[in-house]
Design a protein. Structure first.
Length: 332
């Protein structure tokens, strides 16, 4: 019963809901998440092994040559040139090949890592489906550096400098852990001391890209998208993938390739849910194909599906439970 004593405000359903959300968020937020050096090493070493093979693939790499090799980095933080130096020091085509090899290995490792509580076949299936999604091949063709951002998420907390190179979506995942937030604040503070007010310069430069024909984000799709993002964020638990999914509705400028950081969610989903999520990822190909508002709204179904299918109450369906029980490979 509500407390109805004089001078005491009765508790409302909204307050109870807020308390419940905080109680759900805080335990995971406070826990310490150690640096996953094994996954980080697998991404880097695997990328080096794939390098020669990827070099044989057809890749345009116009963004890689125009922006990164030539040093046109107004859209990026000032330490980007330093981070990319091992790649840009190579002949431009070989640097592009190594970047794409790192992308393929990192997306596979990140998806498999999300499936590590399930069977080995589930991990391999997650890696394969993650590689076979449109953002991966769009990035390989364009030659932009979202692979570096994804590697930073795998390598948190020391990967923070990589995550903040393109923070539009990835930075929302930092909110999932108190330790990550502390490292993020320290990283930004150090960068401001060294390079001054670079965030303002970067935001000013990015504001000119909103008119891109395939750009999404609430500044393009309207304030209702922003409202959806606020609701999703307030109802999220301390899950990096769900927080990034909500954050994709909160940024004014969003491109399809920015959502590469959500592709590893395919590994967390199981059974039919995994297939639904993989199918939703293919909606990201619609804006480049049609460049219409409806194609962009449909593309936003993917982050919404990530947020919904990874909710705490979701459980593996009967199909996946049966397969795992028969294989005897389910881990505690």
């Amino acid at each position: 019963m509500a407390d109805i004593r004089p001078g005491v405000m009765p508790e409302t359903g909204v307050l109870n809901r807020i308390r419940a959300l905080l109680a759900q968020f805080q335990p995971s937020w406070r826990q310490s998440t150690p640096f996953d050096w094994r996954a980080t090493l697998a991404c880097i070493s695997g990328g080096l092994l794939l390098w020669a093979l990827v070099d044989r693939l057809p890749m345009l790499g116009s963004d890689w040559y125009t922006y990164f090799v030539e040093g046109e980095l107004a859209y990026y933080p000032p330490w980007t040139a330093v981070v990319l130096k091992p790649l840009t020091a190579l002949p431009w085509r070989q640097g592009l090949s190594l970047l794409n090899a790192l992308l393929l290995m990192t997306i596979a490792v990140a998806a498999a890592r999300e499936s590590k509580l399930f069977s080995r076949s589930s991990m391999l299936g997650a890696a394969l489906l993650a590689v076979l999604t449109p953002p991966v091949w769009m990035l390989m063709w364009q030659g932009t550096i979202d692979a570096v951002v994804l590697l930073g998420l795998v390598a948190l907390p020391p990967g923070m400098w990589l995550v903040l190179i393109k923070p539009q979506v990835a930075a929302w995942g930092i909110l999932a852990r108190r330790g990550w937030m502390v490292v993020g604040v320290i990283t930004v503070a150090i960068s401001l001391l060294i390079w001054g007010w670079w965030p303002l310069e970067m935001v000013t430069a990015l504001s000119h890209l909103v008119g891109h024909p395939i750009a999404m984000g609430w500044q393009v799709l309207g304030l209702p998208v922003l409202g959806v993002g606020i609701v999703l964020l307030l109802c999220s638990n301390a899950d990096p993938l769900r927080l990034m999914a909500a954050g994709s509705f909160l940024v004014p400028y969003l491109m399809q390739v920015h959502l590469i950081v959500l592709i590893p969610a395919i590994g967390r989903a199981q059974g039919r849910a995994r297939l639904w999520l993989w199918a939703a990822a293919w909606l990201l190909i619609l804006p480049p194909m049609f460049q219409t508002p409806w194609s962009k709204y449909l593309a936003m179904v993917f982050p919404l599906a990530v947020w919904w299918l990874l909710r705490p109450g979701a459980k593996p369906d009967k199909v996946s439970r049966g397969i795992e029980a028969e294989s005897g490979e389910v881990k505690a």
